[in-house]
Ligand binder design. Structure first.
Ligand code: BES
Ligand code: MN
Ligand code: ZN
Length: 494
């Protein structure tokens, strides 16, 4: 989809559809609504009278008009005082999805309100691009193809320069998040650890980033028994993928590793999962896919930062060679791990990947993302991802950035008392502590391998895949984390 900026007066913009945001409680008798009402045979006033339009978030009204535009799409955006980037993202998403359903090919969105133009344009661009993603990529019939090919954003001449920058960033972030969603949506047969590595290579080529792909032989030499243990049941070879983005002026003390769980299929292994819903376990690499999308965005945005994107990719399968409950694995850190449940595999691959980040790469900060526990869905549902860690400052930064980027995180506690639950009788730690506080004990396990490096863990198991459509994200992969982590790194770089 092409997105451009226009500085014409909205009355004279020649377009198929002029999209106008409407605030809740806005007066029909004054300002732009008065003009639009007069140019559309008083329909807007009658919609208000009949209480069919209030300006509430994501309400729409599609009207004929006598302006240069053929039609107007009014989109409710809620109260003017509460108008932020989040509402703009929704506005663009609602507009794109509504117009695509109507077969419209071209539209213009009018920028209104107090949100600074760069932030507003970025949010509109992100929302529009995110709204174009559909999960039916394997359909050969009845494929819903949007004809909406071009969108203009109408700004004032004074807003043009900053809006341009917003458009540039919004496009990179939106397209990177859609890459993440495509990776997550692709079935495991077509998205193996090697396929993930091939994707990372393409990104490295396109952006000029460094890449290192560790195969099983190299992981063996490093002693990554935990990660390799998970891969042992599968015919697919594991890969530890490391993308490196380095700006020459970056602060060494901010060198950060983003580590993603990349289980391309989680059958549970010998502790096999029930078959109902197992098809969804293709999304168990969402953490790694989020790292991939974030690294793509950073590779194009080129902030003054140093970032490693580490993707711990393996397939968790049952077989005659698979690890079994009771087995003890030796991690790269030297800690021994009793496998209680082969379905608690995410923490095993992350143990070695997080240790590699701190010990070999020398990361000064670590954020890991993982579809780690079903328990997080019980605690927070599909609304918030859980966030836990050893660095309260990073935790708070990420929560704030998340609020701005429209991705929600809620902190869970990580007191040392929880650590007692993962002590093993036979080894140093065990990989499952049963049902109580499942998200916390999962995080605690990873903490053992992060040591004293400031570290945050984000459990995206209940938020990486939406079961319903949202204003700008369709049912399916959400790419949660891409916008937050990209913005968090940009903030650090400034
Ligand atoms: N990938 C799953 C987490 C998951 C479960 C995500 C259900 C979405 C829906 C993870 O590998 C897993 O199986 N976790 C276990 C851990 C347990 C055995 C300690 C879980 O949550 O049941
Ligand atoms: Mn599992
Ligand atoms: Zn898993």
């Amino acid at each position: 989809m092409e997105i451009t900026l226009l500085t014409d007066a909205y009355e004279s913009v020649v377009t198929d559809v002029l999209v106008v945001p409407v605030f809740e409680g806005e007066d029909v008798e004054t300002g732009i609504l008065q003009v639009l009402n007069a140019q559309s045979q008083g329909i807007i006033a009658s919609l208000y009278e009949r209480q069919e339009l209030h300006g509430k978030a994501n309400e729409t009204a599609y009207l004929p008009t006598n302006l240069a535009a053929r039609r107007v799409l009014l989109v409710g955006v809620g109260k003017a005082e509460k108008y932020t980037a989040n509402q703009l993202r929704q506005l663009a998403g609602t507009a794109v999805r509504t117009l695509a359903k109507k077969g419209v090919t071209q539209a213009a969105i009018l920028l209104r309100g107090d949100v600074p133009p760069q932030i507003a344009t970025q949010a509109l661009t992100e929302g529009a691009i995110l709204a174009t993603f559909e999960i039916g990529s394997y359909k050969t019939v009845d494929k819903e193809e949007s004809k909406l090919a071009s969108i203009s954003i109408i700004v004032t001449p004074e807003q043009l320069t900053t809006a341009k920058e917003g458009l540039r960033v919004g496009r990179i972030v939106g397209e990177s998040a859609n890459l993440t969603r495509e990776l997550v949506n692709t079935p495991s047969g077509d998205m193996t650890p090697s396929d993930m590595a091939a994707c990372a290579e393409k990104i490295a080529d396109a952006t000029g980033m460094k890449i290192d792909i560790l195969d099983e032989e190299r992981m063996e030499a490093l002693g990554m028994g935990a990660l390799l243990g998970v891969a042992r049941g599968s015919n697919e070879e594991a890969r530890l993928i490391v993308l490196e983005y380095a700006h020459p002026d970056a602060l060494e003390s901010d060198a950060v590793a983003l580590v993603g769980k990349g289980i391309t299929f989680d059958s549970g292994g010998i502790s096999i999962k029930p078959s109902e819903g197992m098809e969804k376990m293709k999304y168990d690499m969402a953490g790694a896919a989020t790292v991939m999308g974030t690294m793509r965005a950073l590779g194009y945005l080129k902030p003054k930062a140093r970032v490693w994107g580490i993707m711990a990719c393996a397939e968790n399968m049952p077989s005659g060679t698979a690890i079994k409950p009771g087995d003890v694995l030796r991690s790269m850190a030297g800690k021994t791990i009793e496998v209680i449940n082969t379905d608690a595999e995410g923490r095993l691959v992350l143990a070695d990947a997080v240790f590699y980040a701190r010990e070999i790469l020398g990361a000064k900060k670590i954020v890991d993302l993982a579809t780690l526990t079903g328990a997080v869905g019980i605690a927070l549902g599909p609304v918030y991802a859980a966030l836990l860690g050893t660095c309260q400052q990073m935790i708070e930064e990420l929560i704030v950035v998340g609020r701005q980027t429209g991705e929600n995180y809620w902190q869970l506690p990580l007191d040392e008392e929880y650590g007692e639950q993962i002590r093993s009788d036979i080894a140093d730690v065990k990989n499952s502590a049963g049902r109580p506080a499942g998200t916390i004990t999962g995080a605690y396990f990873i903490r053992e391998f992060a040591g004293d490096t400031p570290w945050v863990h984000i459990d995206i198991a209940s938020t990486a895949w939406y079961n319903e459509n949202k204003p700008y994200i369709s049912k399916g992969p959400s790419a949660i984390g891409v916008r937050t982590l990209t913005q968090w790194v940009l903030n650090m770089a400034n």
